[in-house]
Design a protein around this ligand. Structure first.
Ligand SMILES: NC(=O)c1ccc[n+]([C@@H]2O[C@H](COP(=O)([O-])OP(=O)(O)OC[C@H]3O[C@@H](n4cnc5c(N)ncnc54)[C@H](OP(=O)(O)O)[C@@H]3O)[C@@H](O)[C@H]2O)c1
Length: 297
């Protein structure tokens, strides 16, 4: 598809919450004839003022475009909205940007196939404000042919951050969960540190610069540890698990002495102790992957 015809490709957006609204806005900005539908129709008002077409029903919204993007709270809502109009999806591509588990994504792909619809399951890594900018990363998995057909249109949502992963529809959801795990890990670490320093009246804003440096330094470990994980060996090139455990014990003593929450440091130590018990005390930190691979005790 040439850039000119891509800009003219019609698209439908079902769901105009914070994220769906941002998606529709980005399509409009890129010149796509954009049809929208939302349960609460008033959320379409400003989009209609900027040229969007508001459909009176999900069915007519789906039938307005070869590419249908849905972004609502969860997959129960997706199915409530789309199951009754499954027949209208035949011959179209459904792109589901609602957050889900990989199982839900694969089940929805099977449902779409029964309705003769091409299906891409997607994950949005970023806030609504990032949509349409270089800050947005959107991951897609499922039909490669459908992705290639609509790639130029989907790039309106994040031109450099539009990533196709694999034919396995569940993979974008799995990546999404993996990235969320990193986000909460980092944020909880920062909040723990801010709580500790708060006991000495150090403001979180004062801590922020050093916190960002610490986060950056930590990210430098990721590539080397990833290689060790893939190779299945964890030579201690920086510090051993035993040395980490000593630091964790200090952190627990400090949190307990200062009367701040010590659940997170205790979790760190429990995982490291299990790694040591499995014979990894003298290995590097990446050896803890084996604890993360097991179900919780
Ligand atoms: N916001 C973010 O930063 C962000 C980032 C990445 C991914 N996401 C994902 O994007 C999806 C939407 O998030 P959001 O921030 O846009 O949420 P939101 O602002 O709460 O909007 C939820 C949307 O779902 C609709 N909805 C919910 N239940 C419905 C039902 N039973 N029938 C019909 N419509 C229903 C709402 O319709 P009404 O307007 O009528 O209530 C609204 O359009 C979620 O899966 C979220 O995890 C969000």
């Amino acid at each position: 598809m040439s850039p000119r015809s891509a800009a003219q490709a019609p698209v439908t957006v079902v769901g105009l919450g914070l994220m769906g609204h941002a998606l529709a806005e980005a399509f409009l900005k890129n010149g796509h004839p954009t049809t929208v539908w939302n349960r609460s129709a008033d959320k379409a008002d400003d989009l209609v003022a900027r040229g969007a077409t508001l459909s009176g029903s999900v069915k007519s919204a789906v039938e307005a475009s070869p590419l249908v993007v849905v972004c609502v709270s969860d997959y129960d809502a997706v199915h409530q909205l789309l199951d009754p109009v499954g027949g209208s999806l035949a011959g179209r591509t459904l792109v589901n940007l609602t957050t889900a588990s990989s199982t839900q994504a694969r089940e929805t792909a099977a449902w779409a196939a029964e309705n003769d619809s091409a299906y891409l399951d997607g994950a949005i890594l970023g806030l609504p404000q990032a949509i349409g900018t270089a800050e947005a990363t959107l991951l897609y998995s499922g039909s490669k042919a459908a992705f290639e057909e609509h790639q130029a249109t989907l790039q309106a949502l994040g031109e450099t951050g539009t990533v196709y992963l694999d034919e396995d529809h569940g993979l974008s959801a799995l990546y999404d969960m993996s990235v969320l795990s990193i986000m909460w890990g980092v944020l909880n670490g920062f909040l723990q540190g801010a709580a500790l320093l708060g006991t000495a009246n150090v403001k979180a804003t004062t801590f922020a610069a050093l916190a960002n440096t610490a986060i950056k330094v930590t990210t430098d470990y990721v590539s080397a540890y990833a290689q060790q994980i893939d190779e299945g060996g964890y030579p201690a090139t920086d510090a051993t698990v035993a040395v980490h455990m000593g630091g964790m014990e200090h952190l627990i003593q400090e949190t307990e002495a200062l009367g701040v929450n010590s659940e997170l440091p205790n979790l760190f130590l429990a995982l490291a102790e299990r790694a040591a018990a499995d014979g990894h005390a003298d290995d590097g930190y990446a050896a803890l992957i084996e604890q993360f691979r097991k179900p919780s005790v």
